[in-house]
Design a protein around this ligand. Structure first.
Ligand SMILES: [Zn+2]
Length: 275
């Protein structure tokens, strides 16, 4: 069984065929999907949880889990009521993670200072609710500037919780991977691992231990090769997993078992937590 550790199932791009998308994932061996609850902003943060309630229990579909969080470029909307909403969502048993949260200096948007302040505010809420975090981190022109700001924040406001988290859609170098592991994080790879120019990323992946990795789609974005640019969906996580297994020189089944075990360990899920 595979787990897609990061998919935006609430995207409008699945409005017409969401159930069929989930059925295809199940057929491809995906037993669980972490449905990311950021919406287009805090007003839609609950949508991932709604999908859990809509689909869980139906045969032939993956088990859904949800997250909730305020994305870096939505942090100007992270007022008291949005943060209270986040706190309420994290209290729900299906909402196992806070994210994706973090720093994005790659795209123009929220001021870096606001991103940092609201990241800390969300870390405080996630810590009180004992939820691991899903971190999005991307620097200016792929430099390490966002990482250089992120790590001191996590050292000061997160390490002591011992809750850990996931470096989602990892795009850093070995130094950033090493520091993430040191903080007790898992490193999650998306479809961009399959892209021709991603050799530096594949080199990082090759060096990681089997007990520290996850695979994800980040669907509907980042479809793996050869579907790059098309709508992505959780079934395609199998392709990223196959490449990851190749890089680590193990059988695909062993990669699937290990990533499922890693996911269950981080979120303290019981055995048989998929469908
Ligand atoms: Zn995402």
């Amino acid at each position: 069984m595979l787990i897609d550790s990061h998919a935006h199932l609430d995207s409008e791009r699945y409005a017409d065929d969401r159930e069929a998308v989930l059925a295809r994932a199940f057929e491809a061996g995906v037993g669980a999907v972490l449905s990311i609850g950021i919406g287009e902003g805090p007003a839609q943060m609950h949508q991932a949880l709604d999908l859990c309630r809509q689909f869980n229990g139906q045969p032939g579909l993956p088990r859904l889990y949800a997250s909730a969080g305020i994305y870096p470029h939505n942090t100007p909307e992270a007022d008291q009521s949005a943060l209270a909403k986040l706190d309420g969502l994290l209290a729900e048993p299906e909402v196992i993670a806070c994210g994706e949260i973090g720093l994005d200096y790659y795209h123009e948007g929220a001021a870096h200072r606001i991103q940092q302040e609201k990241l800390v505010a969300q870390l405080t809420i996630a810590a009180a609710r004992k939820r691991p975090i899903l971190i999005h981190c991307r620097g200016t022109n792929e430099s390490t500037d966002a990482w250089d700001d992120l790590f001191p924040i996590l050292e000061a406001h997160w390490r002591h919780t011992g809750l850990g988290g996931v470096m989602h859609c990892f795009g850093g170098g070995w130094e950033q991977a090493r520091r993430s592991l040191d903080l007790g994080f898992l490193v999650s790879f998306a479809g961009n691992l399959t892209y021709p120019k991603a050799q530096p990323l594949r080199d990082v992946a090759t060096r990681l231990a089997l007990d520290s990795v996850l695979v994800e789609t980040d669907a509907p974005w980042l479809a793996p090769a050869p579907d790059r640019g098309k709508r992505n969906e959780p079934a395609f996580v199998a392709r990223t997993a196959a490449l990851m297994a190749e890089l680590l020189a193990i059988a695909p089944d062993d990669l699937a078992a290990a990533t499922t075990r890693n996911f269950s360990r981080l979120f303290h899920l019981p055995p048989g937590m998929g469908n």
